[in-house]
Design a protein around this ligand. Structure first.
Ligand code: NAD
Length: 297
């Protein structure tokens, strides 16, 4: 694979596409934001005038878009890529969308002769910039074999989760657990501080004890414990609370459809929704859930 189209150049897509340019791929790009397109063109990408123009002659099309409706419109709409493209590039959607939507898009793409992968990612903009994302991939092993060298230019870990939609299922499971772990960690930090414990000492103790978890180690919600964590930078994202709420919504819808019981996920969703009602909180890092406990809510 030499020619890649990249559509959706936001906080995640821009650095991912830039890594492909740096890796030597010919990258055609498109975004509704002309500014994002021209900034990436100045780094060596070819500016597309439309999704179709960006995808012209591409071996693979990668999308990194806000939600499932936009993904469906782009691929399946009346002027969607599966109808408009003359060639049959591999389609790779890295957006976070519902597993059932991913399966629908992949099935319609397959009916039109395309192979498609869902390949959502974990890791925010900093890991996108470093090229150290985790990809959770749904689709055929053959399609993943073809995509792997490209994905490895943007990520450190590439997991094959299963068939179409399985990558998205893994993604919503991961993010629901991250949401629960963050809320639980914030709760415990507040309890410890109210007992007179130093939050850094408490964190060091738990990190070597049975309560250790990823957010405690890398995303500590108490300001000042980890100098590089969003909590120490006024809760600047990081991973926006609004995006976590979107992902919890996908997880809860999916749980309902599958008859799975997710009371911890539902409680986490309520807590983050409560926090997001405050001014500007949706744009803050999701670790700002800490302040809900600090006020004794
Ligand atoms: P973003 O809002 O920063 O970027 C989305 C981009 O898509 C924007 O530049 C927008 O102009 C563009 N866009 C929207 N509709 C379009 C269309 N029809 N055609 C072309 N471009 C279009 O969002 P983001 O943070 O980059 O997230 C993208 C996806 O990645 C989402 O699904 C999100 O849930 C997921 N994700 C985000 C993070 C994160 O930390 N930001 C982490 C993991 C996964």
């Amino acid at each position: 694979m030499k020619k890649i189209a990249f559509i959706g150049l936001g906080n995640m897509g821009f650095p991912m596409a830039a890594n492909l340019v740096r890796a030597g791929y010919e990258v055609g790009v498109y975004d509704l934001s002309a500014d994002a397109v021209s900034r990436l063109a100045s780094e060596g990408a070819r500016a597309g005038r439309s999704p179709l123009d960006a995808a012209d002659g591409a071996d693979a099309v990668i999308t990194m878009l806000p939600n499932g409706k936009i993904v469906c419109d782009l691929y399946l709409g009346p002027e969607g890529l599966i109808h408009a493209l003359q060639d049959r590039p591999l389609l790779i959607d890295c957006s976070t969308i519902a597993p059932e939507t991913a399966r629908t898009v992949a099935a319609e793409a397959a009916a039109a002769g395309f192979s498609m992968l869902d390949a959502p990612v974990s890791g925010g903009p900093p890991r996108a910039a470093e090229g150290t994302l985790s990809f959770m991939v749904g689709g055929s092993g053959e399609a993943l074999d073809a995509a792997r060298p490209v994905l490895e230019k943007m990520g450190r870990f590439v997991f094959h989760a299963g068939g179409n939609g399985a990558g998205q299922a893994a993604k919503i499971c991961n993010n629901m657990l991250a949401a629960v772990a963050m809320a639980g960690t914030a709760e415990v930090m507040e309890l410890g501080v109210r007992n007179g414990l130093d939050p850094a000492v408490l964190s060091a103790i738990i990190q070597k004890s049975s309560g250790n978890n990823f957010v405690l180690e890398r995303w500590n919600p108490w300001p000042g414990v980890l100098p590089e964590a969003p909590a120490s930078k006024g809760y600047a994202p990081g991973f926006q609370l609004a995006l976590m709420l979107k992902d919890l919504g996908l997880a809860l819808d999916n749980a309902r459809a599958n008859g799975a019981s997710v009371p911890m996920g539902a409680l986490a969703q309520s807590l983050y929704a409560l926090r997001s009602k405050e001014d500007g909180a949706g744009a803050s890092d999701f670790s700002c859930i800490q302040t809900l406990y600090s006020r004794g809510a």
